[in-house]
Design a protein around this ligand. Structure first.
Ligand code: NAP
Length: 545
């Protein structure tokens, strides 16, 4: 990439206009007064919530916590209608944020960044897009989301299907009419579990192709409790502050009781109560050791299995829905509305593709080892090339022309999930190695955006140009992430956290499982120690942090 052809020189380029990109834009432009360009692939803001418009799409964090906290008035004025925010409402919220802070004026939509190369002579990033833009920027910030590269498995005959087919993460904006249609859904992760009950109500017949049975907890979704929300707003700052120092970015009081230290009756009572409350409270507000002790976890897993057998009327179908090959919360915990009940409907059939795998997609349906299923529509709820997929789609080259995708061929290597050695002035919002997907995302996003703007401000105030993670700090951080992950249930399932859903992807645990509070503390320590683990330099003089 030749710098001489660059058309505009900027202070910063941000990739993406979801939660992360919008706030990063605000901080760079409004707080730091920098010339900033945001590139966004969609034709509107929203990121994940722009693309994932499948029926039933909603967030599993309660709405009062699934929002920004950086502006007091914004927090007070926005009124959520659902206990959990539904996709259209979150998208309205993000559009409101974009309008309120006039954030669209430096966002270029329908534009993908294709390449970003670091030019060491001028310490600038040279950036290219698929629309022919060529710009340079001192700082490059990726706000590309963790789940933004959809994955449709390479099933033989995939392109031969003559009906309609959709991936949940690239849903048509005007919706899909399932009325009178024979529908097949492949996949029973969050997207499948949310969409299956809604599609079942409309379709003539729904076949669910399940490879792995799932634990899922009822959301107990409904309209927002207005009195509760009014109370929250009186004390919003303190509630949000609690979330910032929690494990999962939610303001639930930490529980100290062990599932192994109570009587069987007491344990059942706690689980039943947590099941009735629903949502993530089942995990966070029952017993502290479900996620870290296999025997404690067994009690939770067994409780959920008993619920599945209770809800699903046909015992054979119930047994197929009972997860036996991984513990609860070793994959992303699921929250549902009427998921298991859906299998009591006459127009729903569960197809077990663990024991009779899909052989091919035919022009008229799906063939498994057990038979052929005639379909009009196939929905791929088959997930994403998580955390690294979108990085790999951009030709990112750092010092000496080194490619990020080559460096990460054995798994992502970052310092704090914020930066990678050899890639100066490249900052990642919720990158691999940070709590990100294991947390309530807005809390993690705000922390990252504020850390990055603080780092840039520091460079500026010291008259320095460049900040780069040190290899040693990066190695120690990656080792720490792995060490913490080894103590959790996460290593006991084939999940996208480990890259296990993508053939050939290295099996490496990608997010940081130590909790957002511990992580925030570490980031603060790094800052207070003069950006320890980063090298800061001016045009000529290196300063080791
Ligand atoms: P996912 O969790 O990766 O689930 C993909 C599903 O497709 C799994 O059931 C998987 O089976 C199946 N699958 C994948 N490849 C297959 C193949 N070749 N043949 C048959 N089945 C196959 O993807 P997702 O449901 O889209 O969710 C991804 C993440 O996005 C979630 O974990 C969550 O973090 C986020 N999300 C959040 C929300 C929310 O907040 N409510 C909603 C949607 C998504 P196996 O389990 O056997 O691999």
């Amino acid at each position: 990439m030749a710098s001489s052809t660059a058309t505009r020189d900027l202070d910063a380029v941000v990739i993406g206009a979801g939660f992360a990109g919008l706030y990063m834009n605000y901080r760079l432009r409004e707080t730091l007064g920098m010339t900033t360009q945001v590139y966004e692939a969609g034709d509107g803001v929203g990121g994940t919530w722009y693309w994932n418009r499948y029926p039933g799409a909603r967030c599993d964090s309660e709405s009062y916590m699934y929002c920004f906290s950086f502006d007091e008035q914004l927090m007070q004025e926005w009124e959520w209608s659902g206990k959990y925010p539904e996709q259209p409402e979150i998208l309205r919220y993000l559009n409101h944020v974009a309008d309120r802070f006039d954030l669209r004026r430096n966002i270029q939509f329908n534009t993908r960044v294709t390449a970003a190369h670091f030019d060491e002579r001028g310490n600038r990033w040279e950036i290219e897009t698929d629309q022919g833009d060529r710009v340079t920027a001192k700082f490059l910030v990726t706000a590309i989301g963790c789940l933004s590269s959809g994955q449709i498995p390479d099933i033989p005959g995939r392109d031969a299907f003559r009906g309609e087919s959709y991936h949940t993460g690239a849903w048509p904006h005007d919706g899909v009419d399932f009325t009178g249609k024979r529908v097949g859904v492949i996949g029973t992760g969050s997207s499948g579990v949310q969409s299956i009950p809604v599609i079942a109500k409309q379709a003539q017949h729904l076949h669910v192709f399940q490879r792995t049975a799932q634990y899922t907890i009822p959301a107990r979704h409904g309209t927002v409790d207005k009195a509760f929300l009014d109370e929250v707003k009186k004390d919003y700052d303190a509630i949000y502050e609690k979330a910032r120092w929690s494990t999962g970015g939610l303001p639930y009081a930490p529980v100290e009781r062990s599932a192994l230290a109570v009587s069987d009756e007491e344990r059942l009572r706690v689980y039943e109560d947590a099941w009735q409350q629903g949502g993530f409270k089942f995990l966070f507000a029952s017993f502290f050791d479900i996620g870290i002790d296999r025997r404690a976890n067994d009690t939770a897993s067994e409780f959920i299995r008993s619920k599945i057998r209770e809800i699903v009327k046909d015992p054979e179908v119930a047994e197929k829905l009972v997860p036996v090959d991984h513990p609860f919360a070793s994959k992303r915990p699921l929250i549902d509305t009427n998921y298991f009940d859906t299998y009591n409907r006459d127009n729903v059939t569960l197809v077990d593709i663990r024991h009779a795998p899909i052989q091919e997609i035919t022009p008229t349906g799906i063939r498994t080892e057990d038979g052929h299923y005639e379909l009009d529509i196939i929905v791929f709820a088959t997930g994403f090339d998580a955390m690294t997929g979108t990085f790999n789609r951009i030709d990112i080259q750092g010092r000496d022309g080194a490619r990020l995708r080559d460096k990460w061929a054995g798994g992502p290597l970052t310092y704090l999930g914020l930066a990678s050695a050899g890639f100066p002035n490249l900052f990642m919002i919720t990158g691999p190695g940070s709590p990100s997907v294991l947390s309530n995302m807005p809390v993690s996003i705000e922390q990252h955006v504020e850390w990055v703007s603080g780092a840039i401000e520091h460079l500026r105030s010291q008259g320095l140009d460049v900040m780069e993670a040190e290899e040693r700090a990066e190695q120690e951080w990656v080792a720490h992430v792995n060490e913490v992950a080894e103590q959790t249930m996460f290593m006991l399932a084939d999940s996208w956290y480990l890259g296990a859903n993508i053939p050939g992807k290295p099996r490496v645990f990608m997010p940081y499982p130590g909790g957002v509070g511990a992580y925030r503390e570490k980031c603060n320590e790094v800052t207070e120690a003069g950006y320890e683990g980063f090298t800061l330099r001016g045009a000529e003089v290196p300063v080791t942090g």
